[in-house]
Design a protein around this ligand. Structure first.
Ligand code: DLL
Length: 434
């Protein structure tokens, strides 16, 4: 049995949770219908009235919301309380199109912080810990979310933000950081830098809380070994508050969803049909407790599976598997669906580290996939024939896992740019080519 931040909800019997969800859902639908004209129109068009939603069983009657809706309603169209009641906004990085802006009341922030506190406690955090937050601060939710959670737990919080790796490591050694919070790709980079600086013995880290991007089990093992810690996954998205929508416990077999705040569903992304428990599909969330920016049936585009298997940590909260990636990060190469995380698994299981980039192009009317991966410093000193056999091994493994041929290019150590936040893995040069 583990430690809990809010045992009452983390270990609630399933029936009690469902009743609680039903009550909050009813209130949330009424609140949204009354205050959000944009969603009222969607409900009217779908022929659903607030009275039609009496319990969780009625959830499927509500219309979906998508990222396009959020862009269309930007900036205030989905706000459900007076602006004067909001105390904060956060936003997505907005690489394509308009940014998504989410609003929070003070109570919304308190609930979000509590969700992050649950994640820190599940990773073994207490008020004795030094929580080193290297997620970006600012509009990105990573820094503020884990910062708030750490305050709730009462840990000493180091608001490092991302970047300036030498300073990160100096604070880590001088102040004895025990829990590291950042993206898994940055954790791998920090581990590499700590090793190079010969400071592995000076590091007191015991756990890491890593998320914001897809990462494989092999990556987890790599980080755990290199930093001598246990690495826990954490998931969330700006639209549904930020990190802490779900978090991993000591069992490390998927993330418990904070169901008292967010109701999950898995749907067929093509038809919108709700799929039975255990089937893979697109994750959809309904936020039932936050009031400024309540999203009902929001389609995340994350491809995932839910499970209600009993967990040894004692939590009864439903679990989601590691998302395979976003449906919009999924590459379609010669008609085959390819997730970067599948390629990562192959590379790490062949002895490479997670320094890779995928270059997709279109040559002679056909898609090409090049997997560029750095040689590790050890491999770099191997003979040409050893390196060639490594390259062949990866080509064969990729072919059997993905079902398509990829060109593998081994490049010198440190030649692929490191990321301090979410890693940039894909370069797609196909636009405009037939
Ligand atoms: O990435 C929130 C976050 C911050 C989560 C810190 C965890 C830690 P966005 O920038 O809005 O918010 O991106 C959300 O990132 O829909 C997923 O596709 C992806 N994502 C987030 N966490 C994970 C994870 C933050 N643990 C989008 N595994 C989501 C895989 C993740 N993908």
């Amino acid at each position: 049995m583990g430690n809990y931040y809010q045992a009452e909800w983390e270990t609630a019997p399933v029936e009690k949770m469902r009743e609680h969800q039903g009550k909050l859902l009813k209130e949330q639908v009424a609140h949204t219908y009354k205050n959000v004209a944009y969603y009222r129109d969607l409900m009217d068009k779908a022929g659903v009235a607030p009275e039609d939603i009496q319990s969780v069983d009625d959830l499927h009657k509500l219309p979906f919301l998508t990222k396009d809706d959020l862009r269309e309603a930007y900036p205030y169209g989905l706000l459900a309380v007076p602006l004067a009641d909001c105390v904060r906004i956060q936003s997505t990085s907005g690489t394509t199109g308009r940014r998504v802006v989410a609003f929070y009341t003070q109570n919304d922030i308190d609930l979000w912080d509590e969700c992050c506190a649950r994640a820190i406690v599940a990773a073994g955090g207490t008020k004795e810990d030094v929580v080193h937050v290297s997620y970006g601060y600012g509009l990105f939710t990573g820094g503020p979310g884990l910062n708030g959670g750490s305050h709730k737990v009462g840990s000493l919080t180091l608001p490092m933000s991302s970047g300036n790796t030498e300073r990160q490591i100096q604070f880590m050694t001088d102040l004895g950081s025990t829990i590291l919070c950042c993206t898994p790709s940055y954790a791998a980079f920090l581990a590499e830098s700590i090793k190079e600086m010969g400071l592995r013995d000076k590091i007191k880290l015991k756990a890491g809380i890593f998320g914001a991007e897809a990462w494989s089990e092999e990556m987890r093992r790599h980080i755990e070994k290199e930093l001598g810690i246990r690495a826990f996954d954490i998931y969330g998205l700006t639209e549904i508050s930020g990190p802490g929508v779900s978090f991993e416990c000591e069992e490390q077999t998927g993330m418990h969803i904070n169901e008292d705040h967010f109701i999950p569903e898995i749907i067929n992304p093509n038809t919108g049909e709700v799929l039975p428990l255990g089937e893979k599909g697109e994750l959809v969330f309904t936020s039932i407790s936050k009031k400024a920016f309540p999203l009902l049936r929001y389609r995340t585009r994350d491809i995932c599976v839910l499970s209600r298997e009993k967990c040894s940590c004692g939590r009864t909260l439903i679990k989601m598997a590691k998302p395979m990636g976003r449906s919009d990060d999924m590459l379609i190469i010669r008609g085959v669906n390819v997730f970067p995380s599948q390629i990562e698994t192959v590379l790490l299981s062949s002895g490479f580290e997670a320094n890779y980039q995928l270059v997709v192009d279109r040559v002679n009317f056909s898609d090409t996939l090049e997997v560029k991966v750095e040689l590790t410093p050890d491999m770099f000193s191997d003979t040409v024939s050893v390196i060639e056999s490594k390259e062949n091994e990866v080509v064969h493994k990729l072919k059997s896992v993905l079902g398509i041929q990829a060109n593998v290019t081994l490049v010198a150590p440190k030649s692929i740019a490191r990321s301090e936040g979410k890693a940039v893995r894909i370069i797609d040069n196909r636009a405009g080519k037939i």
